[in-house]
Design a protein around this ligand. Structure first.
Ligand code: FE
Length: 199
């Protein structure tokens, strides 16, 4: 199944008042995400991966021992990562469903402690990558960070929340201030209903 760029689940300017501008969306979704789709389709054409599900391509091409992942993995995983990322944000209310709040308190002690760990993971990822809230294989919640396009699927984890810390995600709106971008993401942009639906 060929990769396809999905429309954003909201207008390009829907998050502008919350700190993610229309210009960022035009670059990030229309150009960067689209490039992963176009390049991924070129790379899988005529290979054993053509016709496989996106998840199967990601888990099948991830190489835990490699210093750098190959092009098929990188484009497939970044396509998946960005589809999750758009859905994990929203223009609506930032209220957190009570079951998610309870799960965060159980695993991290408090919602603020979770946010601190998540922000520290994102700020501490050297170079490009992602920080995540995942449900681990033992069912517990955990904060992780991954380099480049690597994502929780590679480790059998469920991605509950992910934040893109590649510079293309924040340089227009926050310049070099990644920690400010992460704080704004957690306080204003996350669609906690979507996060809770992944539990
Ligand atoms: Fe990105």
């Amino acid at each position: 199944m060929a990769f396809e760029l999905p429309d954003l689940p909201y207008a390009h300017d829907a998050l502008a008042s919350k700190g993610m501008s229309q210009e960022t969306m035009e670059y990030h979704h229309d150009i960067h995400h689209n490039a992963y789709v176009v390049n991924g389709n070129k790379l899988i054409a005529g290979t054993e991966w053509e016709g496989k599900s996106l998840e199967d391509i990601i888990t099948g091409t991830y190489d835990a021992s490699a210093v750098a992942q190959n092009g098929i993995f990188n484009n497939a995983s970044q396509h998946w990562n960005h589809m999750q990322f758009w859905e994990m944000m929203g223009a609506g209310s930032n209220d957190m469903p009570s079951e998610l709040e309870a799960a965060l308190k159980e695993s991290f002690g408090s919602v603020d402690a979770f946010k601190d760990q998540f922000s520290a993971a994102g700020a501490g990822q050297f170079g490009s990558g992602w920080c995540w809230l995942v449900k681990d294989t033992d069912g517990g919640l955990k904060v992780t960070k991954t380099e480049n396009g690597v994502n929780p699927l590679c480790f059998g984890q469920t991605a509950l929340l992910g934040c893109d810390v590649w510079e293309h995600s924040y340089y227009i709106d926050f310049r070099n201030k990644r920690p400010a971008y992460l704080a704004n993401f957690l306080d204003n942009l996350v669609n906690w209903e979507n996060v809770a639906s992944r539990l």
